[in-house]
Write a protein that binds this ligand. Structure first.
Ligand SMILES: Nc1ncnc2c1ncn2[C@@H]1O[C@H](COP(=O)(O)OP(=O)(O)OP(=O)(O)O)[C@@H](O)[C@H]1O
Ligand SMILES: Nc1ccn([C@@H]2O[C@H](COP(=O)(O)O)[C@@H](O)[C@H]2O)c(=O)n1
Length: 244
C-alpha cells in the first residue's frame, strides 16, 4: 500500500508519519541516503562494478538478483510450477534463504547449504524472469533488502526506482547485447550468439522492472573497462555516501 502523504508518496505506508513517529521517518530517510544503487540490464556489469565500488567505499554490496535466482533454483529443485506464487512462497517460508552481502562477493545459504555456485546456471537464467514477475516474490525480496542496515551498494533492476527511491546516488548500466554476450562468453560454455539471444530474451522479460530511475546516471559500459566504470561512479558520489 502506498503512503497517502504527498511528501512521502514514493515510500511505503510502513514509513508514513501517520504510522511512525517523525524521528523514525527521519531515520529511514537518512538510512537510504547512504545507499548507492546500481541497476542495469542483464550482464551489464552490475555485480562486478558494485563489488568494486563497495570495496573502494569499505561497505558491503547487495545483489538482489541472487535472491531471485535462489528462489528460482529452490522452485526448480522442488519441481514446482514457477508461475505458482503461493506454492513458491510456501516453499521459501519452509526453506528460508539467507543472503550474505560481502564486499568480495555475495553468498546465498539455505540452512547449512551454500547455493551461490549454482545460481548462475543456464537453467536458472532461463527460469528466473518468470519468478521475478510474481508480485509476491518481489515483495519477499524487497522486504529482505529493506531490512539490511545501510550503508551499502545495492544492485539489480529496481533498486533506484522501487526498493530505495531515496538512495543517495543512483546509476544505471547498459551495453549492447553483443558486447555483453562477448563478456559473458568468458564465463559460460555457450557460444556468443546463443548467449546474446538469451540476454535479449531476458532483457525483454525483465523490461517492466528494469526502467532506469529518472534521477539515475546512465553509463554505457561498452567502451569502458571494468575499472573505468568503477572510477566513473566513484567520481560522482556525494559526500554523505563517501563519508558514511
Ligand atoms: N566494463 C567492463 N569491461 C569488461 N568486462 C566487463 C565490464 N563490466 C563487466 N565485465 C565482465 O562482464 C561479465 C558480466 O559482468 P557481471 O556478472 O558483473 O554482470 P551483471 O550485470 O551482474 O550480470 P547478471 O545480470 O547476469 O547478474 C563479467 O565477466 C565481468 O567481468
Ligand atoms: N532487482 C531485480 C534483480 C533481479 N531481477 C530478476 O532476477 C534475474 C537475475 O538477476 P541478475 O541481476 O543476476 O541478472 C533478472 O533477470 C530479473 O529477472 C529482478 O527482477 N529485479
Amino acid at each position: 500500500m502506498r503512503c497517502r502523504c504527498p511528501a512521502l508518496k514514493d515510500l511505503f505506508a510502513a514509513s508514513c508519519p501517520e504510522v511512525l513517529p517523525p524521528a523514525s521517518v527521519r531515520t529511514l530517510y537518512t538510512a537510504q541516503l547512504m545507499i548507492v544503487t546500481i541497476d542495469g540490464v542483464a550482464a551489464s556489469g552490475k555485480s562486478s562494478v558494485s563489488g568494486g565500488v563497495a570495496r573502494a567505499l569499505g561497505v558491503p554490496y547487495v545483489s538482489s538478483g541472487l535472491l531471485y535466482r535462489a528462489a528460482t533454483l529452490l522452485g526448480l529443485e522442488a519441481g514446482l510450477d514457477l508461475h505458482d506464487a503461493p506454492a513458491l512462497l510456501a516453499h521459501l517460508q519452509t526453506h528460508p534463504l539467507r543472503l550474505e552481502p560481502l564486499a568480495e562477493g555475495n553468498r546465498v545459504w539455505q540452512d547449512g547449504r551454500e547455493l551461490t555456485d549454482e545460481l548462475h546456471s543456464t537453467r536458472v537464467d532461463r527460469g528466473v524472469s518468470v519468478v521475478a514477475v510474481l508480485p509476491e516474490v518481489r515483495a519477499w525480496v524487497d522486504a529482505q533488502l529493506r531490512a539490511l542496515p545501510s550503508p551499502f551498494v545495492a544492485e539489480g533492476r529496481d533498486m533506484g526506482t522501487n526498493v530505495f527511491p531515496r538512495a543517495g546516488a543512483k546509476f544505471y548500466l547498459t551495453a549492447s547485447p553483443h558486447i555483453r554476450a562477448q563478456r559473458r562468453a568468458q564465463e559460460r560454455p555457450e557460444d556468443v550468439p546463443a548467449i546474446e539471444a538469451a540476454l535479449i530474451r531476458r532483457d525483454e522479460l525483465d523490461r517492466v522492472q528494469s526502467a532506469p530511475a529518472l534521477d539515475a546516471v546512465v553509463i554505457d559500459t561498452g567502451p569502458l573497462t571494468l575499472d573505468g566504470v568503477i572510477q566513473t561512479i566513484l567520481a560522482q558520489l556525494p559526500e554523505q555516501v563517501t563519508s558514511a
